[in-house]
Design a binder for this molecule. Sequence first.
Ligand SMILES: Cc1cc2nc3c(=O)[nH]c(=O)nc-3n(C[C@H](O)[C@H](O)[C@H](O)COP(=O)(O)O)c2cc1C
Length: 371
Amino acid sequence: MSILFEAAKIKNLTMRNRFVRSATYDGMSDLSGQVTESQLKLISDLAEGGVGLIISGIMYVHPSGQISSFMNSIAEDKLVQGLRKLTAKAHEHGAKMAAQIYHGGREARFVKTRKQLPVAPSVIADDPHYRGSYREITEEEIGEILDAFGQAARRAREAGFDAVQVHGAHGYLFSQFLSPFTNQRTDRWGGILSNRLRLHRETYRKIRNAVGEDYPVLIKLGVEDGFAGGLTLAEGTQACRLLAETGYDAIEVSSGVRGEKYEGTEYKTKINKPSREGYFRLPAREIKKNAKVPVIAVGGLKTIDMMEDMIRNREADFIALCRPLITEPGLIRKWEQDPKKIPRCVHCNQCLEELHHGFPLHCVTFRGKRL
Ligand SMILES: Cc1cc2nc3c(=O)[nH]c(=O)nc-3n(C[C@H](O)[C@H](O)[C@H](O)COP(=O)(O)O)c2cc1C
């Protein structure tokens, strides 16, 4: 049997294989952030389809972090009941499930509908990478957000999630703090790396206090920005080492503040030759080599041979997929039967474009086709 299909552990959480559904926003919650029937079906299909660990889509922990109308919230106790149904679907079919807990920082555009401005570590004048309006976050607001992450993690545990994953990538609040480009603060939250990483480490402590010692706390980290002058891989690697020392139980390796669309982002396109596959393989390998923590690799992974090599060569411990599982939620079972199978997904990002236009998640290219 392929090493990919062997059971594996993060802390004391055992997964039936090494396949992770990377967090995927689905635009399917109701307007109050509650779980819907479509989401139960989606999670059920993925779990039945063989995924080992399903990471939810982004869930905001505090209203100031909300980016869109149809995203799940984990900011209030009343949401726990609905979330419990979601984790039950995963468990019913043998999968484990983690909640991705999130704050959008300056990208939390939805807060403008409440006549407020999104917050960020610093306001960057004439930023070629981001054009929205936002304001600098205060020390007091940082404290409130830290508390909100602790409370959200407690709710996740109560709702039956097997782990939480802090969203520390893709240009959102944690990326904005870590990047020397977007964080130009001169107080204890800015400047040297340990200051820019303070939010990540204090968040861990809040979460740990709320969920106890035995619960897996993961982070998805943007280990380099998508443009020159942003966070470098050398600093991103050092950041992972510090986060492992802090206590995070696994790190999913992705990119940070976005550069040019789509090449400078986490969802690159044109994965049409082997050299384009696994586009964060090198950073994952760097982190695996330098930090004592399980590594989840993600980004353009599509062939079993490459994924197996990565696990066998100790470049990563887990393999995460997003877009291929939008097209084929049953892909992992299909691979189990036929490891040579090529995923149908062509990484065209039309799923993403449709989400941005307010449609729920679906594969545009293969819509309506039997796969
Ligand atoms: C439609 C869509 C929604 C996504 N939503 C999230 C999300 O909620 N949280 C997150 O960390 N990443 C999100 N991502 C990024 C993916 O998790 C993943 O890191 C990226 O797509 C690369 O993996 P892939 O090549 O297997 O798609 C999303 C990507 C897509 C295409």
